[in-house]
Write a protein that binds this ligand. Structure first.
Ligand code: ZN
Length: 332
Protein backbone atom coordinates (compact mmCIF):
# COMPACT_ATOMS: atom_id res chain seq x y z
CA UNK A 1 0.00 0.00 0.00
CA UNK A 2 2.76 2.37 1.06
CA UNK A 3 4.94 1.35 -1.90
CA UNK A 4 2.05 1.88 -4.28
CA UNK A 5 1.43 5.44 -3.10
CA UNK A 6 5.13 6.33 -3.37
CA UNK A 7 5.08 4.93 -6.90
CA UNK A 8 2.04 7.04 -7.68
CA UNK A 9 3.71 10.19 -6.33
CA UNK A 10 6.83 9.47 -8.43
CA UNK A 11 4.78 8.90 -11.55
CA UNK A 12 2.82 12.11 -10.95
CA UNK A 13 5.93 14.23 -10.41
CA UNK A 14 7.57 12.78 -13.55
CA UNK A 15 4.52 13.73 -15.59
CA UNK A 16 4.57 17.23 -14.08
CA UNK A 17 8.31 17.53 -14.78
CA UNK A 18 7.50 17.72 -18.47
CA UNK A 19 5.23 20.74 -18.18
CA UNK A 20 6.69 22.60 -15.18
CA UNK A 21 10.03 23.10 -13.44
CA UNK A 22 10.73 24.23 -9.86
CA UNK A 23 13.70 26.62 -9.70
CA UNK A 24 16.63 25.25 -7.66
CA UNK A 25 19.40 27.31 -5.98
CA UNK A 26 22.04 28.46 -8.48
CA UNK A 27 19.90 27.81 -11.56
CA UNK A 28 19.57 30.35 -14.35
CA UNK A 29 16.83 30.63 -16.95
CA UNK A 30 19.47 29.94 -19.60
CA UNK A 31 20.44 26.64 -17.95
CA UNK A 32 16.81 25.63 -17.43
CA UNK A 33 16.08 26.42 -21.10
CA UNK A 34 19.02 24.25 -22.18
CA UNK A 35 17.92 21.40 -19.90
CA UNK A 36 14.47 21.23 -21.52
CA UNK A 37 15.52 22.10 -25.08
CA UNK A 38 13.67 25.41 -25.08
CA UNK A 39 14.69 29.09 -25.15
CA UNK A 40 15.01 31.83 -22.54
CA UNK A 41 12.55 34.01 -24.48
CA UNK A 42 9.95 31.23 -24.61
CA UNK A 43 10.22 30.71 -20.83
CA UNK A 44 9.90 34.50 -20.39
CA UNK A 45 6.73 34.59 -22.49
CA UNK A 46 5.18 31.49 -20.88
CA UNK A 47 5.80 32.72 -17.35
CA UNK A 48 5.21 36.45 -17.82
CA UNK A 49 8.77 37.21 -16.71
CA UNK A 50 10.31 40.51 -17.69
CA UNK A 51 13.75 39.75 -16.36
CA UNK A 52 15.26 36.30 -16.88
CA UNK A 53 17.90 37.02 -14.20
CA UNK A 54 15.44 37.47 -11.36
CA UNK A 55 14.29 33.91 -10.66
CA UNK A 56 13.12 32.89 -7.18
CA UNK A 57 14.26 29.56 -5.73
CA UNK A 58 11.14 27.41 -5.44
CA UNK A 59 9.33 29.29 -8.23
CA UNK A 60 7.38 26.99 -10.54
CA UNK A 61 7.99 27.67 -14.23
CA UNK A 62 5.73 26.54 -17.07
CA UNK A 63 7.71 24.83 -19.83
CA UNK A 64 5.08 24.38 -22.53
CA UNK A 65 1.70 25.53 -23.78
CA UNK A 66 0.59 28.98 -24.86
CA UNK A 67 1.70 32.28 -23.27
CA UNK A 68 -0.94 33.46 -20.77
CA UNK A 69 -3.29 36.11 -22.11
CA UNK A 70 -3.71 38.98 -19.63
CA UNK A 71 -7.18 39.38 -18.09
CA UNK A 72 -9.15 41.74 -20.34
CA UNK A 73 -11.92 44.23 -19.69
CA UNK A 74 -14.71 44.52 -22.25
CA UNK A 75 -17.24 47.25 -23.04
CA UNK A 76 -20.16 46.87 -25.37
CA UNK A 77 -22.01 50.17 -24.71
CA UNK A 78 -20.29 51.97 -27.60
CA UNK A 79 -21.59 53.87 -30.64
CA UNK A 80 -22.26 51.86 -33.83
CA UNK A 81 -20.56 50.28 -35.68
CA UNK A 82 -18.51 49.27 -32.60
CA UNK A 83 -19.73 46.03 -31.07
CA UNK A 84 -17.10 45.77 -28.37
CA UNK A 85 -13.81 47.17 -27.08
CA UNK A 86 -11.36 44.96 -25.19
CA UNK A 87 -8.23 46.04 -23.32
CA UNK A 88 -5.87 44.44 -20.79
CA UNK A 89 -6.64 45.15 -17.16
CA UNK A 90 -2.98 44.88 -16.30
CA UNK A 91 0.40 44.93 -18.05
CA UNK A 92 4.11 44.84 -17.19
CA UNK A 93 6.61 47.66 -17.62
CA UNK A 94 8.12 47.32 -21.12
CA UNK A 95 5.18 45.32 -22.54
CA UNK A 96 2.62 46.28 -25.21
CA UNK A 97 -1.00 46.83 -24.20
CA UNK A 98 -3.33 46.11 -27.14
CA UNK A 99 -6.78 47.71 -27.39
CA UNK A 100 -9.08 45.86 -29.81
CA UNK A 101 -12.33 47.04 -31.36
CA UNK A 102 -14.87 44.58 -32.74
CA UNK A 103 -16.66 46.40 -35.56
CA UNK A 104 -18.01 45.74 -39.03
CA UNK A 105 -15.97 48.63 -40.46
CA UNK A 106 -12.86 50.68 -39.67
CA UNK A 107 -13.26 52.69 -36.45
CA UNK A 108 -11.92 56.24 -36.84
CA UNK A 109 -10.32 57.86 -33.81
CA UNK A 110 -7.30 57.98 -31.56
CA UNK A 111 -6.16 57.15 -28.05
CA UNK A 112 -4.34 59.35 -25.56
CA UNK A 113 -2.10 57.54 -23.07
CA UNK A 114 0.80 58.77 -20.91
CA UNK A 115 1.01 62.09 -22.74
CA UNK A 116 1.15 60.61 -26.26
CA UNK A 117 -1.47 60.09 -28.97
CA UNK A 118 -1.91 56.77 -30.77
CA UNK A 119 -4.09 56.25 -33.87
CA UNK A 120 -6.56 53.39 -34.21
CA UNK A 121 -5.03 51.23 -36.98
CA UNK A 122 -6.92 48.18 -38.28
CA UNK A 123 -9.34 48.49 -35.34
CA UNK A 124 -6.46 48.06 -32.93
CA UNK A 125 -4.20 50.30 -30.87
CA UNK A 126 -0.70 49.29 -29.75
CA UNK A 127 0.19 51.09 -26.52
CA UNK A 128 3.86 50.73 -25.52
CA UNK A 129 4.44 50.76 -21.75
CA UNK A 130 7.76 52.53 -21.03
CA UNK A 131 10.19 50.31 -19.09
CA UNK A 132 10.73 53.10 -16.52
CA UNK A 133 7.02 53.92 -16.10
CA UNK A 134 6.22 53.94 -12.36
CA UNK A 135 3.82 51.13 -11.39
CA UNK A 136 0.28 52.39 -10.93
CA UNK A 137 -3.11 52.79 -12.57
CA UNK A 138 -3.13 55.05 -15.64
CA UNK A 139 -6.01 56.58 -17.59
CA UNK A 140 -6.54 55.81 -21.29
CA UNK A 141 -8.73 58.25 -23.26
CA UNK A 142 -10.31 56.74 -26.37
CA UNK A 143 -11.39 59.61 -28.65
CA UNK A 144 -14.02 58.43 -31.11
CA UNK A 145 -15.97 60.75 -33.40
CA UNK A 146 -18.06 62.82 -31.02
CA UNK A 147 -17.43 60.68 -27.96
CA UNK A 148 -14.65 60.14 -25.46
CA UNK A 149 -14.38 56.90 -23.50
CA UNK A 150 -12.16 56.71 -20.44
CA UNK A 151 -10.48 53.45 -19.45
CA UNK A 152 -7.74 52.44 -17.01
CA UNK A 153 -4.72 50.17 -17.35
CA UNK A 154 -2.63 49.03 -14.41
CA UNK A 155 1.14 48.98 -14.96
CA UNK A 156 2.97 46.39 -12.84
CA UNK A 157 6.71 46.48 -11.99
CA UNK A 158 8.89 44.25 -14.16
CA UNK A 159 11.63 43.71 -11.49
CA UNK A 160 14.57 44.36 -13.79
CA UNK A 161 18.26 43.99 -12.92
CA UNK A 162 20.80 46.76 -12.45
CA UNK A 163 24.10 47.21 -14.22
CA UNK A 164 26.90 49.74 -13.75
CA UNK A 165 28.85 50.20 -16.97
CA UNK A 166 32.57 50.91 -16.64
CA UNK A 167 33.70 52.72 -19.74
CA UNK A 168 37.17 53.81 -20.81
CA UNK A 169 37.37 57.66 -21.00
CA UNK A 170 37.41 57.76 -24.82
CA UNK A 171 34.15 55.81 -25.00
CA UNK A 172 32.56 57.65 -22.07
CA UNK A 173 33.17 60.83 -24.09
CA UNK A 174 30.53 59.60 -26.55
CA UNK A 175 27.87 59.92 -23.85
CA UNK A 176 27.27 63.63 -24.38
CA UNK A 177 23.54 64.34 -23.94
CA UNK A 178 23.32 66.17 -27.28
CA UNK A 179 25.00 63.30 -29.14
CA UNK A 180 22.67 60.79 -27.47
CA UNK A 181 19.58 62.85 -28.26
CA UNK A 182 20.53 63.46 -31.89
CA UNK A 183 21.27 59.79 -32.49
CA UNK A 184 18.04 58.67 -30.85
CA UNK A 185 16.08 61.14 -33.01
CA UNK A 186 17.74 59.68 -36.12
CA UNK A 187 16.82 56.11 -35.08
CA UNK A 188 13.22 56.97 -34.14
CA UNK A 189 12.77 59.14 -37.25
CA UNK A 190 13.92 56.36 -39.60
CA UNK A 191 10.48 54.69 -39.59
CA UNK A 192 7.24 55.97 -41.13
CA UNK A 193 4.57 55.54 -38.44
CA UNK A 194 1.80 55.77 -41.05
CA UNK A 195 3.00 52.74 -42.97
CA UNK A 196 0.44 49.90 -42.81
CA UNK A 197 1.33 46.69 -40.97
CA UNK A 198 3.93 44.62 -42.87
CA UNK A 199 4.37 41.63 -40.52
CA UNK A 200 2.10 38.67 -39.98
CA UNK A 201 2.23 36.20 -37.11
CA UNK A 202 5.04 35.73 -34.63
CA UNK A 203 8.53 37.08 -35.27
CA UNK A 204 11.74 35.11 -35.88
CA UNK A 205 14.84 35.52 -33.77
CA UNK A 206 17.31 37.75 -35.66
CA UNK A 207 20.35 35.69 -34.55
CA UNK A 208 20.64 31.96 -34.04
CA UNK A 209 21.58 32.06 -30.35
CA UNK A 210 20.05 31.31 -26.97
CA UNK A 211 22.80 33.14 -25.12
CA UNK A 212 21.32 36.39 -23.76
CA UNK A 213 24.12 38.46 -22.25
CA UNK A 214 21.84 41.37 -21.29
CA UNK A 215 18.04 41.17 -21.30
CA UNK A 216 15.63 44.00 -22.04
CA UNK A 217 15.00 46.56 -19.32
CA UNK A 218 18.20 46.28 -17.25
CA UNK A 219 18.59 49.60 -15.40
CA UNK A 220 21.86 51.24 -16.43
CA UNK A 221 24.19 53.67 -14.82
CA UNK A 222 27.30 54.89 -16.60
CA UNK A 223 28.50 57.23 -13.89
CA UNK A 224 28.26 55.11 -10.73
CA UNK A 225 25.49 57.50 -9.79
CA UNK A 226 21.74 57.46 -10.20
CA UNK A 227 20.23 55.21 -12.86
CA UNK A 228 19.28 57.28 -15.83
CA UNK A 229 18.64 54.81 -18.58
CA UNK A 230 17.76 51.19 -19.26
CA UNK A 231 18.69 48.55 -21.79
CA UNK A 232 16.41 49.13 -24.78
CA UNK A 233 16.69 45.66 -26.34
CA UNK A 234 18.08 42.14 -25.95
CA UNK A 235 21.82 41.44 -26.31
CA UNK A 236 22.82 38.06 -27.73
CA UNK A 237 26.42 37.05 -27.03
CA UNK A 238 27.59 35.93 -30.48
CA UNK A 239 31.00 36.09 -32.18
CA UNK A 240 31.78 38.83 -34.72
CA UNK A 241 30.46 37.84 -38.17
CA UNK A 242 27.31 36.00 -37.01
CA UNK A 243 24.44 36.44 -39.53
CA UNK A 244 21.73 38.90 -38.41
CA UNK A 245 18.37 38.35 -40.13
CA UNK A 246 15.14 40.33 -40.45
CA UNK A 247 12.77 39.11 -37.69
CA UNK A 248 9.69 39.98 -39.75
CA UNK A 249 8.74 41.59 -43.10
CA UNK A 250 9.38 45.30 -43.46
CA UNK A 251 11.25 48.10 -45.19
CA UNK A 252 14.79 49.14 -44.18
CA UNK A 253 14.70 52.56 -42.50
CA UNK A 254 18.28 53.38 -41.62
CA UNK A 255 21.49 51.52 -42.55
CA UNK A 256 24.57 53.47 -41.48
CA UNK A 257 27.34 53.99 -38.94
CA UNK A 258 26.23 55.69 -35.70
CA UNK A 259 28.37 56.96 -32.81
CA UNK A 260 26.88 55.07 -29.87
CA UNK A 261 25.11 52.21 -31.67
CA UNK A 262 27.92 51.50 -34.13
CA UNK A 263 26.88 50.15 -37.54
CA UNK A 264 23.11 50.10 -37.30
CA UNK A 265 20.07 48.97 -39.26
CA UNK A 266 16.42 49.72 -38.56
CA UNK A 267 13.47 47.95 -40.19
CA UNK A 268 10.05 49.60 -40.44
CA UNK A 269 7.38 46.91 -39.90
CA UNK A 270 4.41 49.28 -40.16
CA UNK A 271 1.80 50.36 -37.60
CA UNK A 272 4.52 52.36 -35.82
CA UNK A 273 6.61 49.25 -35.06
CA UNK A 274 10.32 49.58 -35.84
CA UNK A 275 13.15 47.13 -35.07
CA UNK A 276 16.82 48.06 -34.55
CA UNK A 277 20.10 46.12 -34.85
CA UNK A 278 23.29 47.70 -33.49
CA UNK A 279 27.08 47.17 -33.24
CA UNK A 280 27.20 45.30 -36.59
CA UNK A 281 30.54 44.54 -38.27
CA UNK A 282 28.90 44.68 -41.71
CA UNK A 283 25.67 46.21 -43.05
CA UNK A 284 24.16 44.25 -45.98
CA UNK A 285 21.01 46.30 -46.76
CA UNK A 286 20.16 49.80 -48.01
CA UNK A 287 17.52 52.28 -46.80
CA UNK A 288 14.19 51.74 -48.59
CA UNK A 289 14.93 48.09 -49.38
CA UNK A 290 12.08 45.63 -48.75
CA UNK A 291 13.00 42.65 -46.59
CA UNK A 292 11.20 39.42 -45.74
CA UNK A 293 11.42 37.60 -42.40
CA UNK A 294 14.69 35.64 -42.40
CA UNK A 295 16.53 37.81 -44.97
CA UNK A 296 20.18 38.53 -44.14
CA UNK A 297 20.58 42.20 -43.15
CA UNK A 298 24.09 42.28 -41.67
CA UNK A 299 26.81 40.56 -39.67
CA UNK A 300 27.17 41.00 -35.92
CA UNK A 301 30.14 42.88 -34.50
CA UNK A 302 31.49 45.08 -31.73
CA UNK A 303 31.24 48.60 -33.22
CA UNK A 304 30.18 51.77 -31.37
CA UNK A 305 29.67 51.84 -27.60
CA UNK A 306 30.02 48.13 -27.02
CA UNK A 307 32.08 46.21 -24.49
CA UNK A 308 32.45 42.94 -26.38
CA UNK A 309 31.11 41.21 -29.50
CA UNK A 310 27.34 40.88 -29.35
CA UNK A 311 24.16 41.47 -31.32
CA UNK A 312 21.64 44.00 -29.97
CA UNK A 313 18.00 43.67 -31.11
CA UNK A 314 15.25 46.10 -30.12
CA UNK A 315 11.63 46.85 -31.00
CA UNK A 316 10.20 50.36 -30.69
CA UNK A 317 6.55 51.22 -30.91
CA UNK A 318 6.21 54.85 -32.00
CA UNK A 319 9.65 55.46 -30.53
CA UNK A 320 9.18 53.64 -27.21
CA UNK A 321 11.34 50.52 -26.73
CA UNK A 322 9.44 47.38 -25.65
CA UNK A 323 10.52 43.85 -24.70
CA UNK A 324 11.31 41.94 -27.95
CA UNK A 325 11.04 38.49 -26.28
CA UNK A 326 7.23 38.67 -26.39
CA UNK A 327 7.18 39.12 -30.17
CA UNK A 328 8.64 35.64 -30.81
CA UNK A 329 5.67 33.92 -29.16
CA UNK A 330 2.82 36.39 -28.87
CA UNK A 331 3.24 39.13 -31.51
CA UNK A 332 0.19 41.42 -31.61
ZN1 ZN B 1 22.15 46.06 -26.14
Amino acid sequence: MRRASIGLILATSLALAQSTHVVQPGETLYRIAQQYGTTVERLEALNNLSNPNQLRVGQTLRLSGQPPTPPVNRRTDLPTPIEALEWPRQTLQGNVAVLRFSATQAVPGQVRFLGSTYPIQQNRVLLPIPALQAPGIYPVAVELEGQEIRLEIQVVAGSFGRFILQLPPDRAALLVPNTLRAERAKVVGSCDWNRPQQWSGNWKKPVNSNRITDPFGTRRSYDQGATYSFHEGIDYGVPVGTPVRAPADGVVGLAQALFVRGNGVTIDHGDGVCSGFWHLSKILVKPGQRVKAGDLIGLSGNTGLSNGPHSHFEIRIRGTPTNPALWYYAAP
